[in-house]
Every structure is written in structure tokens, then in C-alpha cells.
Design a protein around this ligand. Structure first.
Ligand SMILES: Cc1cc2nc3c(=O)[nH]c(=O)nc-3n(C[C@H](O)[C@H](O)[C@H](O)COP(=O)(O)OP(=O)(O)OC[C@H]3O[C@@H](n4cnc5c(N)ncnc54)[C@H](O)[C@@H]3O)c2cc1C
Length: 378
């Protein structure tokens, strides 16, 4: 049976300077609207991403040969933590910097790496994840989008859904069935699909707040060269699931409501309200614990370990925390108070979007199943 060991994190000496650098950038180019600063890692602002790229804050851990900066995982952690806590609009580059770049570096052929990785590090190329399909979300092994060999390339047909940021992305990493007639996890492969390839079309899905964050993506006789295959043909399932550690480990899994927490602290500052003070104390203690757990996962990743179980636990606990904040604020604060206008706006926005926090990146029930298996309980 595995256990979750939280270790003390040895923060890099460069951390204070990095924090200052990010704070200055956010103060100059960040988002001012408090509602848009909540759940900010889904809010795309390509200009802001470009600024981060110019400042050397994207692709931080990647080799210099591919436009990276060869900094440590914990230095990167410090930067993304600062960006999220400030509610910076990082949505455009988030997926590319977090998982598509590392995946390309690990498995991509030279052509794919040279084409995409330096552009991601400059904040000029953005990516989306093509896993879910209608009828294939939690049950990912049922994907039906198909790639068939055609001459010296491939032809793609099918549909993806809930594709975050497809409308601002330059490429998708898609999981598709590359062996006709194969079943479940067998015969799947990953392909890098430039979004401007003829036959790729993107249709917006507007969420209940009126925002356009995700999409349906259709592939109609999309022709791809042989070099579009990422990694090994038929190994797509293994490759895609390994990527999920990167997707689940980060501080974005508990910081989505942090702007509301900070608004609560601001609002409570002028009140003598014991219930509010207690709530702030409780939320602070929980945030601190989650931060230690999440940073501990980053330290393990930095040592080249695969803390898949720990990452999954942080996601589950983190999602519960970020979902709870708007409900607790609604219960504790007088949102009708004239001083509470900003608090109310951010709270109402998060009450609408937070149910999705435990769906994206794998639903709660699936995550609990993975944890149970990791702990030997299943
Ligand atoms: C904000 C947001 C962004 C997203 N972005 C992306 C993206 O960029 N790319 C992408 O590919 N996908 C994305 N998704 C899709 C997401 O990964 C899927 O929604 C998720 O995997 C669930 O799949 P589903 O919606 O088909 O629900 P279903 O799989 O139909 O699940 C419905 C319910 O049944 C439960 N359930 C299903 N199977 C089991 C089981 N075996 N045991 C117990 N309970 C079960 C689920 O937990 C859930 O509560 C996003 C989703 C959201 C909400």
C-alpha cells in the first residue's frame, strides 16, 4: 500500500525575487476586473501570455535548446502560485506550458519539438487537450475519433467535446483510435493536430455564465503527415494517462476561488464579526495544508518521481476546498451589505462555475476510485 508523505519543501533562494517579478508584471499587465480574476487559469489573454514569455516565465524548466530556461520545478511552482493567487489571466498558455510542452519534449519527434516548443516558451503557441468526446468522458477508453493510414500520412475523422481553449489554440494533442476495430485501451494513439489544418472546425459552447471557454471540435477528413504522430503508435492510452499527473498536481487545483478568499479578508477587515474571522482562520489553515501537499508533489516531480497518487489526492482535496469557499462565504457574509458589492459579484460568479471544478481534469468519483486503488483499498 502506498502512503502520502508530505515533505518539507526546500524553497529556492531565487523565490523572493521571482515573486517580486511576477507581482510587478501582474500589477502592470494583469486583469483588474475582480470577477475575471476568479478561476483565472481559464481566462485567455494572449497579450499577457506573450509578456510572460518575454520575461522568461514560460517553459521555465525546459532545455535552452528548445527555448526553455533550465530553471527548477520549484522555481516554476513559485511563479504559477503567484500568478494564480493574483488572478492573472493565464488561460491562453496554461495547458501548453503545463502539459503539452513537457509531453512534446518527452515524446515528440524533432520536427514537432522544433515547431512547437520554442513558440510555447515565447508565449506565442497555445494548446488544447483532445480527450473527451460525446459519450466518452470518464470512460475515456471508449474514444471513437479515428485516424486511418493513408499513403505516407493519416486521415482523421470524428469529434471532441468540452475542449477548453480550442478557439485560441494553435494545436491540439488528440487521443484517437488509430487501429480500426480495436477495443478499449488498445489501438489508441496521440496526434498533434494544428488547428488551422483543413477539415478542423471549432464550435463554441457557451457556459451558464455566458462565457466562451470550451468548444466542440470536429475533424472531417483531416490529413496529417506521418510526423504528426506523437510518441508510439498504439501507446496512446499509456501516454495520455501519464500526462494526467502533470494535469492534476498543480496549485490551480485549489486556488480557483482564492480571489474570493482575498475579497473576504478585505471585507472582513472593516467588520468586527467573529463568524467571519473564524471562517478566515479555517480557510487559511486549509490553504496552508493544501499548499504544503501540492508543493510536496512538485518536489517529487522535480526529483523525477511520478507521484500520481499524491497528485490525485491533492486534486480531490483541492477541488473540495475551492468549491466550498463560495458556499461558505455566501453563508457567513451579508452579501446584501453595500460594502459587499465586489465580494457578492465574485461569490455569485463562483457559485455558478464551481460545480465544474470537480469535473474538469477527471470527475470526483473517478478520482476517488484512483485513490482507492493507489491505497490498496480496491
Ligand atoms: C470546465 C471543464 C473543462 C474541461 N476541459 C476539457 C478539455 O480541455 N479537454 C477534454 O478532453 N475534456 C475536458 N473536459 C471534460 C471532462 O474531462 C469530462 O467532463 C469528464 O471527464 C467527465 O466526463 P463526462 O462529462 O462525459 O461525464 P460522465 O463520464 O458521463 O460522468 C457523469 C457522472 O457519472 C460519474 N461516473 C462516470 N463513470 C463512473 C464510474 N465508473 N464510477 C462512478 N461514477 C462514474 C461521473 O463521475 C460523473 O459524476 C472539461 C470539463 C469541464 C467541466
Amino acid at each position: 500500500m502506498q502512503t502520502f508523505v508530505t515533505e518539507a519543501v526546500d524553497w529556492p533562494e531565487t523565490a523572493p525575487a521571482l515573486r517580486e517579478q511576477v507581482r510587478a508584471l501582474v500589477a502592470e499587465h494583469g486583469e483588474r476586473d475582480p470577477v475575471r480574476r476568479a478561476n483565472s487559469w481559464t481566462k485567455a489573454n494572449p497579450q499577457f501570455s506573450k509578456k510572460l514569455g518575454e520575461a522568461g516565465l514560460l517553459g521555465m524548466t525546459w532545455p535552452k535548446e528548445y527555448g526553455g530556461h533550465e530553471r527548477s520545478q520549484l522555481e516554476r511552482y513559485v511563479v504559477i502560485e503567484e500568478l494564480l493567487a493574483a488572478g492573472a489571466p493565464v488561460g491562453a498558455h496554461w495547458i501548453a506550458d503545463r502539459q503539452s510542452g513537457p509531453l512534446l519534449l518527452r515524446l515528440g519527434n524533432e520536427e514537432l519539438k522544433r515547431r512547437w516548443v520554442p513558440a510555447i516558451a515565447r508565449g506565442e503557441a497555445f494548446a488544447c487537450i483532445g480527450l473527451s468526446e460525446p459519450g466518452s468522458g470518464s470512460d475515456l477508453a471508449s474514444v471513437r475519433t479515428a485516424a486511418r493510414r493513408d499513403g505516407d500520412g493519416w486521415v482523421l475523422n470524428g469529434q471532441k467535446v468540452w475542449t477548453t481553449g480550442a478557439h485560441v489554440s494553435h494545436f491540439m494533442i488528440a487521443l484517437v483510435r488509430s487501429e480500426a476495430g480495436s477495443e478499449r485501451q488498445q489501438g489508441l494513439s496521440q496526434f498533434v493536430v494544428p488547428m488551422d489544418t483543413p477539415g478542423v472546425s471549432v464550435k463554441p459552447i457557451i457556459d451558464l455564465t455566458g462565457a466562451h471557454e470550451f468548444n466542440e471540435v470536429f475533424f472531417e477528413d483531416v490529413r496529417l503527415p506521418e510526423t504528426a504522430l506523437l510518441g508510439t503508435e498504439g501507446e496512446g492510452w499509456k501516454q495520455a494517462t501519464a500526462e494526467l499527473s502533470l494535469e492534476r498536481a498543480g496549485p490551480e487545483r485549489y486556488l480557483s476561488s482564492m480571489v474570493l478568499f482575498l475579497e473576504l479578508v478585505r471585507y472582513a477587515g472593516a467588520k468586527q464579526d467573529m463568524a467571519l474571522q473564524q471562517l478566515i482562520g479555517r480557510l487559511t489553515a486549509d490553504a496552508w495544508t493544501l499548499r504544503l501537499m501540492s508543493a510536496s508533489v512538485a518536489a517529487k516531480l522535480a526529483r523525477g518521481e511520478d507521484p500520481a497518487l499524491e497528485a490525485t489526492m491533492v486534486k480531490d482535496l483541492g477541488n473540495s476546498y475551492e468549491q466550498a469557499i463560495p458556499q461558505l462565504v455566501q453563508a457567513a457574509a451579508d452579501l446584501g451589505d453595500t460594502d459587499a458589492a465586489t465580494l457578492r459579484d465574485v461569490c455569485f460568479y463562483l457559485l455558478q462555475v464551481s460545480p465544474s471544478f470537480s469535473l474538469r481534469g477527471g470527475t470526483r468519483e473517478i478520482i476517488k476510485g484512483i485513490i482507492a486503488r493507489g491505497l490498496g483499498l480496491r
